[in-house]
Design a binder for this molecule. Sequence first.
Ligand code: ZN
Length: 141
Amino acid sequence: MKIKELTPKYVSNLPEQLEEGIFYICEDFAATSHKCCCGCGEDVYNKLGPAKWQLTKEPDGSISLHPSVGNWKYACRSHYWIQNNHVIDAGEMSSRAIKGVLKRDRRDRDRVIAQHNAQAPQTLWRRAVARIARAFRNLWR
Ligand SMILES: [Zn+2]
């Protein structure tokens, strides 16, 4: 890892030109960006959200990102954790491990979607039943 430490910077929009060693955080759009910590110069974007990345603001003002950043779509294939602003090398990932992570990501996303869906149809169903009940009441009146 060329960059060992990141400085969090809160911005209203992610800049087009990223500076090495800065971890840009755009809370309005739940997005972050930084230059790949291996030093390859690629821009890395991480969306924040329930099935995406979790950004933790540590009591000392530093940030941590969970899960790890895996840049396997770039030539460098770097993989690291960001913990209290520190860049921790997570080691090179095998293709099999990468597939596992992608599968887990998908599963997490599916779970979030399933949770949403589990709530929605019930509400719709209850609404439909209420509407039918109302229609019947009007009919018998
Ligand atoms: Zn890189």
